[in-house]
Design a binder for this molecule. Structure first.
Ligand SMILES: *[C@@H]1O[C@H](CO)[C@@H](O)[C@H](O)[C@H]1NC(C)=O
Ligand SMILES: *[C@@H]1O[C@H](CO)[C@@H](O)[C@H](O)[C@H]1NC(C)=O
Ligand SMILES: *[C@@H]1O[C@H](CO)[C@@H](O)[C@H](O)[C@H]1NC(C)=O
Ligand SMILES: *[C@@H]1O[C@H](CO)[C@@H](O)[C@H](O)[C@H]1NC(C)=O
Ligand SMILES: *[C@@H]1O[C@H](CO)[C@@H](O)[C@H](O)[C@H]1NC(C)=O
Ligand SMILES: *[C@@H]1O[C@H](CO)[C@@H](O)[C@H](O)[C@H]1NC(C)=O
Length: 222
């Protein structure tokens, strides 16, 4: 009975070590952000071992970009990529004049003489600068000394998040709409900050009793 348990345990240990060996071959993906028209450097974390035979760069799952041989030659698989994808000898791929369509998972396969492959994925995201947000008023209600409005903030661009301030205090609202109810205050300054991973822009609106708002961006009253 005991030997049978030991045997099962052995099998489990063998399976586990096979799984660990498999996992160790694929390095966790790294994330890099770039700006449209700018440039980025994609550098794998994986150390290139002595017995490296060749390194292959690809993206969009199947599209090969280039292969470097251990004698130093660099072969581009698509000549039209050569203009913007620049390979540096320190195993860094530089992409210049970034376009949004360059966003992809870049795969680096380090092929060893033993036949083993060490794979690393680099996730590239490309963002445009956030535009100056447009701050407008929605649903203005003035009644019984109350001034209730919704401030609406919108900026163009991918991955934009909004943060609000009243005077110098950050508010907890994170969306593009902020509901405001004012009663006794004479003045207040509202600030909307639109940001994405590469840039941020802010617009402000001044409130004055009884219920006027004046902004530094185009204001639409309903
Ligand atoms: C480098 O190695 C590759 C593949 O082995 C071969 O095709 C190429 O001609 C070599 N280049 C030089 C300059 O030796
Ligand atoms: C090379 O890349 C360009 C631009 O990415 C693409 O339009 C073209 O189809 C590619 N050519 C080949 C042979 O893959
Ligand atoms: C690799 O080389 C390029 C060109 O010399 C340089 O701009 C870049 O900073 C280098 N990257 C690293 C990680 O050393
Ligand atoms: C890669 O995939 C993205 C998104 O699917 C696409 O916009 C882009 O054109 C593709 N690039 C090439 C060279 O095919
Ligand atoms: C304005 O907001 C206050 C506080 O939430 C509420 O008591 C009041 O009924 C609202 N007035 C209008 C016209 O929406
Ligand atoms: C806007 O938000 C971004 C991201 O949180 C921050 O880096 C930036 O300093 C903020 N700008 C202003 C004017 O508060």
């Amino acid at each position: 009975m005991a030997s049978r348990t030991m045997f099962l345990l052995d099998i489990v240990l063998v399976i586990m070590s096979v799984l660990t060996a498999f996992e160790a071959k694929e390095v966790q993906r790294k994330e890099v952000n770039g700006i449209v028209h700018g440039n980025v450097f994609l550098t794998p974390n994986t150390h290139v071992p002595e017995d490296c035979r060749k390194i292959e760069w690809s993206f969009n799952d199947t599209l090969r970009i280039l292969t470097t041989e251990n004698n130093g030659t660099v072969e581009y698989h698509n000549q039209s990529l050569k203009k913007r994808f620049i390979y540096h000898k320190n195993n860094t791929l530089e992409i210049i004049m970034l376009q949004e369509s360059d966003a992809s998972t870049y795969r680096v396969d380090i092929k060893l003489t033993s036949g083993a492959v060490e794979r690393e994925n680099i996730q590239l995201d490309v963002y445009d600068h956030v535009s100056k947000p447009k701050l407008t008023l929605l649903d203005k209600k003035e009644e019984g000394g109350w001034c209730n409005v919704t401030l609406h903030c919108v900026a163009s661009g991918k991955g934009v998040i909004y943060q609000w301030w009243k005077d110098d205090d950050p508010l907890y609202e994170m969306g593009s709409n902020l509901m405001v109810t004012l009663h006794s205050e004479k003045k207040a300054l509202y600030k909307c900050n639109a940001s994405n991973p590469v840039s941020s822009e802010t617009s402000t609106m001044h409130y004055e009793k009884p219920c006027t708002f004046e902004g530094n961006t185009q204001t639409a009253f309903l």
